[in-house]
Design a protein around this ligand. Structure first.
Ligand code: CMP
Length: 141
C-alpha cells in the first residue's frame, strides 16, 4: 500500500471522488486496497457473485457481456457496482486492456461509503443513467 498522502492524491484524480474533502478521501483510502494488474486480467466475471467494487484509477478495460463488447472503461471509471447494488451476479465480464492500477473496496465498505456520502451515490446514479441511456448502442469491434 502506498504512502497515505500519495493515496489521497491518487483518489483525488478519480472523478467519482471529486469534491470530497480530505477526511472523506482518507476514509476511502482506509477502506480501499490499491492493486496493480497487467493487461488481460479479468477483474470481474459475468454471472459470478460480486464481492467488491472497483475504481480503475489508471488504465483501460473492456466490458464484455455474452461475448459482446458493451463498453470501454478508462482511467477514473468505476465498475462492479451493479452486482453489489442489486445483490445479483455480475452483469458482465471486465478485462483489462492495458496495465492498470485498481482500487478495490469490499462490499460492506462500498455500502458504508454510499451511506456516508449521498453526493457520491448521486454521482454514481448519474453514471448508471448514462450507461443505461447508451446501453443499446453497443460497441461493435
Ligand atoms: P457488475 O454487474 O457488478 O459487474 C460487471 C460490471 O460491468 C458492472 O457491474 C458495471 O460496472 C460494468 N458495466 C456493465 N454494463 C455496462 C455498460 N453498458 N457500460 C459500462 N459499464 C458497464
Amino acid at each position: 500500500m502506498r504512502h497515505k498522502d500519495g493515496k489521497i492524491e491518487l483518489l483525488r484524480t478519480v472523478p467519482l471522488f471529486a469534491n470530497l474533502d480530505d477526511s472523506e478521501l482518507t476514509e476511502i483510502g482506509r477502506r480501499a486496497d490499491e492493486v496493480a494488474v497487467g493487461e488481460g486480467q479479468t477483474l470481474v466475471t459475468q454471472d459470478t457473485a460480486g464481492t467488491s467494487f472497483y475504481v480503475l484509477v489508471e488504465g483501460a478495460a473492456d466490458v464484455i457481456k455474452d461475448g459482446q463488447k458493451l463498453a470501454e472503461l478508462g482511467s477514473g471509471d468505476f465498475l462492479g457496482e451493479m452486482a453489489l447494488l442489486e445483490d445479483l451476479p455480475r452483469s458482465a465480464t471486465v478485462v483489462t486492456t492495458a496495465p492498470s492500477r485498481i482500487l478495490e473496496m469490499h462490499r460492506r465498505d462500498f455500502s458504508a461509503l454510499l451511506d456516508a456520502a449521498p453526493h457520491l451515490a448521486r454521482k454514481m446514479l448519474a453514471t448508471l443513467a448514462h450507461r443505461l441511456r447508451y446501453a443499446d448502442e453497443q460497441l461493435v469491434t
